[in-house]
Write a protein that binds this ligand. Structure first.
Ligand code: 3HC
Length: 712
């Protein structure tokens, strides 16, 4: 796990624990053993600490967090760091890849730090629901400004080598072989005294207005953390470095705060999210006997996107950003040019933000190939159709693509819920037809829900999963059903929120409860953002609209139905784009929602008209009624095999729908609440709202609940 070699009078201590050299217990003891050997070897004048393979240690071994015996086994991470710092021979951290969390703490225990110019350092612990508990919160403010330390630790965002140098975190940035540079640096400091290089002996950088800085930062952290406790506790731990008279006392406080976080449900949820995010790449479709281990992707060297609207432009931007030449196809010049302008806007914005250089921007323009002619698509490897949600139009496009594209080209649809098999059926290559459901804005949002149909081949599945990864997105492979995983669950959530309006809530009350739960915005704000016309068209296609606003207006196909969004949309209140929706935005394109008396009166009048006695509904009920039907649908999705595992559902919601990470996703949250409790509440609401069949608990949930009860 750690190896020591001698180069002249320099001992090279290399951590060898692929893939990311995480600091598991064997690695920790390996480092200390090697260090001892170096310290007693009279030839050794200095030591280089580095990582084998792709990176310097990327942190503590997160998989050990569930077994405290392993995680705390001596030497623990602080003991390792203190052993390094105590060395009488200078130790140089030679960083390449990502020195994260415990990895950066290890480097800060060394007497010097050099980094390869493409390296990164950071403290991502906050995203795991914990803090840099290996002395990171005490060391970072000793080497850098308090605001930098606070920002890095509370946000979890890593910094580049160049930034690390300017912030005083590293001593030198180098180019080329990191071990060679480490050795020559170690030789240059071999005879320097190590005492002044021990960071734990340094004073913190405390400016005069340090308390003001903490107060401002505290307010900002509370405002942005949306119910997650780790960011605030991270801040408290950094603050301890300024309050406590000594490093040791600060360290003690850090340990106490770390313990508080480690034992919180939020840390478990966030660590679940970390591993779930990685588990979705290991996709499997048991019913077809295929999976990531056996199916090989084909390379995508060229692509086409049909439709230059918001989704099409975003998908095209994502494709050209990873160097794939992409045809953007429209039916007329006006629409095509609008799409091209949208993409130019995205590129221009990135240049303005310094994320893209002028020459990179130029290259992106050459990769973009606007066209009105399907004939241009003859040689492309994949086509992604991204026109509006109309099956007739989509089928026409798929038939046309089938006749033009080369036989092995993959034909994908960016539908958000329509039947993939229906589209596949109009082609002679149903095995190459698949769904790729991107989320808006498609060049930014992480999630791609990839949907296999009845006849989709394993190669097509592997290819879109591989392409999602290359696009730096998280692909989740799911089965075909109306709405797939995300929108199918979403439908329950939206529907129940509307019933809450009828019974006594106003939009801002529901949205507030959802924001307090941790969503970045409530469901009515979100609907205003995406546009009320989208849902309206969908309901129109399903024949749900137009029964008249009579008593029967509240039922469709034997199910309870709320026509309020139809009325709102018919008033031309389509959301942010028209300046009014559930809220008032002042002007079309406005972004700040204000309560609107017109809408609120309309809701109250609706309840009165239909004899619904309005009542005060408390946040607990709002949360249960919005989220439990969604969770129940998740269990049905698992039962039907549409999703293969709970993690797939959690990632769809965490990465596509703003589900708060500190609750781990809907399925993990259900387990934390207790399946028995969810089951009982579903039964309770089923009795009360028997006209909504979705309260019927999923068979799979019932089975799991009974199994758990039997185990007790
Ligand atoms: N512990 C355990 N396993 C880890 C790990 C860690 N710290 N970091 C990554 N892994 C595993 C992943 O689960 C994955 O396993 P798999 O192949 O079985 O799915 C494998 O390593 C490769 O990881 P990625 O797929 O994420 O590889 P990438 O190349 O895309 O990314 C990375 C590399 C940027 C290092 C990324 O893995 C990452 O961000 N890791 C987490 C870093 C982190 O959070 N460090 C802090 C840990 S907490 C800590 O240090 C506490 C301390 O303060 C006391």
């Amino acid at each position: 796990m750690a190896e020591l070699t001698l180069v002249d009078d320099v001992a090279v201590l290399k951590v060898k624990y692929p893939p990311v050299n995480a600091l598991g217990s064997a690695v920790r003891s390996g480092i200390v053993e090697c260090l001892q050997k170096a310290s007693v070897n009279p030839t050794v004048k200095s030591v280089v600490l580095c990582g084998d393979g792709r990176t310097f240690p990327a942190g503590a071994d997160i998989s050990e967090f569930n077994s405290p015996a392993k995680a705390n086994k001596s030497p623990n991470i602080i003991e390792v760091i203190h052993a390094i710092e105590a060395s009488e021979k200078p130790v140089v951290a030679a960083i390449h890849g990502t020195a994260l969390g415990g990895g950066l703490e290890l480097a800060l225990g060394c007497h010097y730090r050099i980094i390869r110019k493409d390296g990164m350092v950071g403290f991502p612990e906050v995203s795991l629901g914990i803090l840099p508990g290996g002395s990171g919160t005490q060391r970072l403010p000793r080497v850098t400004e308090v605001t930098d330390a606070l920002t890095m630790i509370t946000s979890g965002r890593p910094v580049s080598a160049k930034q690390a140098l300017s912030k005083g975190i590293v001593d030198k940035v180098v180019d080329g072989d990191i071990v060679k540079h480490g050795i020559s640096f170690a030789k240059s400091v071999a005879n320097q005294p190590v005492g002044p290089r021990r960071i734990s002996d340094w004073k913190v950088n405390a400016p005069q207005d340090v308390h003001k800085i903490f107060d401002e930062m505290r307010r900002s952290v509370i405002r942005t953390s949306r119910g997650a406790i780790a960011p605030l506790v991270c801040l408290q731990s950094v603050e301890a470095a300024f309050i406590c008279p000594t490093y040791q006392e600060g360290l003690q406080r850090e340990a106490e705060l770390m313990m508080t976080l480690m034992t919180s449900g939020q840390a478990r949820a966030q660590q679940h999210a970390f591993f779930a995010e990685r588990s979705v790449a290991k996709w499997e479709v048991p019913s077809k006997g295929v999976g990531y281990k056996t199916a090989k992707p084909v390379p995508i060297r060229s692509a086409a996107v049909i439709g230059a609207g918001t989704m099409g432009a975003g998908i095209t931007m994502a494709l050209i950003s990873i160097g794939i030449p992409t045809y953007l196809v429209e039916q007329n010049e006006k629409f095509l040019m609008r799409g091209v302008e949208t993409i130019k806007g995205y590129v221009g914005y990135n240049v303005q933000k310094g994320r893209t250089t002028a020459s990179q921007a130029q290259r992106l323009q050459t990769l973009l190939k606007p066209t009105l002619d399907y004939e241009d698509l003859r040689g492309v490897d994949i086509v992604i159709e991204a026109v509006f949600e109309n099956m007739k139009v989509k089928k026409e496009i798929f038939a046309r693509l089938d006749s033009v594209c080369k036989p092995d080209a993959i034909l994908a649809s960016n539908t958000s819920g329509l039947n993939i098999d229906e589209m596949a059926a109009v082609t002679k290559r149903p095995e190459s037809v698949i769904g790729m459901h991107f989320f808006a804005p498609a060049h930014v949002m992480k999630l791609v829900e990839n949907i296999y149909g009845e006849k989709t081949s394993a190669v097509a599945m592997a290819t879109v999963m591989d392409l999602s990864k290359k696009l730096k997105k998280i692909g989740v492979l799911v089965g075909n059903c109306h709405g797939f995983v995300g929108n199918r669950m979403m439908a329950r959530y939206v529907t129940e929120a509307l019933f809450l309006l009828e019974e006594g809530c106003l939009p801002h009350e529901i949205d507030q409860a959802l924001r307090d739960f941790g969503f970045p915005m409530g469901i009515f704000q979100a609907t205003d953002l995406s546009g009320l016309d989208i849902g309206y068209k969908g309901r129109q296609e399903q024949g749900l609209i137009g029964t008249g606003n009579t008593a029967s207006a509240r039922y469709r196909n034997g199910q309870r139905y709320c026509p309020l969004p139809d009325t709102i949309a018919e008033m031309g209140r389509l959301g942010q784009k028209s300046g009014k929706g559930w809220y008032n935005y002042g002007k079309p394109g406005g972004r700040i929602p204000e309560r609107d008396p017109e809408v609120e009166q309309l809701i109250v009048d609706f309840s009165n008209k239909h004899g619904i006695k309005r009542r005060k509904i408390y946040p607990d009920e709002i949360i249960e009624r919005c989220l439990y039907p969604l969770i129940n649908e998740g269990f049905k999705i698992l039962q039907e095999g549409i999703a293969n595992k709970m993690e797939d559902i959690d990632i769809v919601w965490l990465c596509g729908y703003g589900w708060p990470r500190h609750t781990g996703g809907p399925m993990f949250y259900a387990k934390q609440v207790g399946l028995q409790r969810i089951y009982e509440r579903l039964l309770h609401y089923q009795k009360t709202f028997h006209q909504s069949s979705y309260w019927q608990p999923a068979g799979f949930l019932k089975k799991m609940t009974l199994q758990l009860a039997n185990k007790l």
